[in-house]
Design a protein around this ligand. Structure first.
Ligand SMILES: C[S@@+](CC[C@H](N)C(=O)[O-])C[C@H]1O[C@@H](n2cnc3c(N)ncnc32)[C@H](O)[C@@H]1O
Length: 413
């Protein structure tokens, strides 16, 4: 095959040192720098970057921009604090430790940058910072045969850990118990991924493997378990399979979503809860709709959704099927809402086209990748326009955020 000639003489060059200032923060926690000739640089760092900081980076120039990694800070922001985690520089789990209490303000800057570029008409939006006590109720650890830990940043090698300050205390305390059981052969010791999870309120701790096997932590060790993880929220109970999907910072996520949906006063006849998991949004909106149709591709989650919604006495049908395949053309009536909470990649183009022909009066789009969310809002236009937007810091200490938008049909001109 003929080798492609580079358009820019400096592209595909070896890595070079670069010294300069972080101008602003872009989506994903990248720092934006600028070369003297105006070319932009996107810089990643093991820890938070503050605009205005001066750094030395290792950069590779591409056709029109550079990409690199910060090696050291020459002038650091006075708000920078020592990380509250001994492996913060190595572990791939959290990027914003050294920003301390300013982490949420930095994340807001990233969101502002994304929205300015992708949804410039959306001048007003709500930002919900995470409360200081928000912690992860689900963590994924890797057992490498001798060590238990998290993946090293941008690598599959292991950073051994004996605690995790970003996780709920009950989970953090369970890490050495899991390591002990793996080392001693009390749990399957083949190298693989483990999930530790707890419910709300935190207390019971479960360990699970991807094949579905689960154990519950008791004072005398791990016991095989068929139990489910239980979450409570304002009088409602939600259960899911151990190892099944649920919001990472469960109590804070339930509060934050609940507050946003309540403020929008979303109500009506039927809620179509697409990508519905075990029924979180149907449960949060249980007093605001008369009927619930939940669509979710994972059969086990659907089985739990059925039980969760039945337990609350809701009139609900739950379908274990691909959401795009299930959705009929022209779905809904003006009194109905279609709520979509797809995985990180967002909506497929053909599904967005189908949604443009829906007859429901509201569409709520939830997305954990801001870039995919903005793209989907753009794709749904002009038939749907974004009326309200809330961005929730559901993933404290990371550069991730949850986007929730209320879209309404655009009136005919
Ligand atoms: C981001 S989670 C949201 C779950 C739920 N709304 C919640 O907040 O707990 C996305 C869900 O979509 C489901 N899913 C993935 N692909 C799907 C598809 N093509 N059709 C329907 N559901 C799908 C996943 O199993 C997962 O439960």
């Amino acid at each position: 095959m003929k080798e492609r000639k580079s358009v820019y003489p400096g592209s595909a060059t070896p890595k070079v040192k670069w010294i300069g200032k972080i101008e602003r923060l872009a989506w994903g926690g990248l720092g934006v720098g600028r070369e003297a000739d105006g070319r932009l640089l996107l810089l990643s760092a093991p820890l938070a970057l503050f605009p205005g900081e001066e750094v030395e980076a290792e950069v590779r120039w591409k056709a029109r921009h550079g990409e690199g990694e910060v090696l050291r800070w020459l002038v650091s922001d006075p708000r920078r604090r020592p990380a509250g985690c001994p492996v913060a520089r190595l572990c791939g789990g959290c990027e914003l430790w050294e920003a301390g209490t300013h982490a949420t303000a930095l994340k807001r800057l990233m969101v502002e940058d994304l929205l300015r570029r992708q949804l410039p008409k959306m001048e007003t939006w709500e930002w919900k910072p995470a409360p200081a006590e928000a912690r992860r109720h689900r963590i994924q650890l890797h057992w490498a045969g001798r060590q238990l830990g998290f993946h090293r940043r941008r690598s599959h090698s292991i950073v051994p850990v004996s605690r995790c300050p970003a996780a709920d205390q009950a989970l953090s305390n369970a890490i050495p118990r899991l390591a002990e059981a793996l080392e001693g052969g009390a749990l399957p010791s083949r190298p693989q991924r483990w999930e530790l999870a707890t419910g709300t309120p935190a207390g019971e701790v479960f360990a699970s493997l991807e094949d579905g096997r689960a154990w519950r932590l008791e004072p005398d060790g791990w016991h095989v378990s068929q139990d489910s993880v239980l979450h409570t929220h304002r009088g409602a109970v939600l259960r899911h399979r151990v190892g099944g999907f649920f919001q990472v910072c469960a109590p804070w996520a339930m509060d934050a979503f609940g507050q946003v949906l309540e403020a929008w006063d979303l109500r009506g006849i039927t809620l179509f809860d697409l990508y519905g998991g075990v029924g979180l949004f149907s449960v949060l909106l249980r007093e605001r709709f008369q009927r619930f149709v939940l669509v979710e591709s994972e059969p086990n989650a659907v089985a739990w959704a059925r039980k969760n919604l039945e337990h609350l006495g809701l009139s609900a049908e739950c379908h274990a099927v691909d959401a795009a395949d299930w959705m009929p053309d022209g779905l809904g009536e003006p009194g109905d809402t279609i709520l979509l909470d797809p995985p990180r990649v967002g909506l497929a183009p053909a599904f967005s086209d189908k949604l443009k022909r829906a007859k429901a009066g509201n569409l709520v789009l939830v997305g954990c990748d801001g870039a995919a969310f903005c793209r989907d809002v753009q794709r749904l236009a002009p038939e749907w326009h974004l009326e309200h937007l809330a961005v929730l810091d559901l993933f404290p200490l990371t550069a991730h955020a949850e986007f929730v938008g209320l879209l309404r049909p655009t009136p005919a001109p």
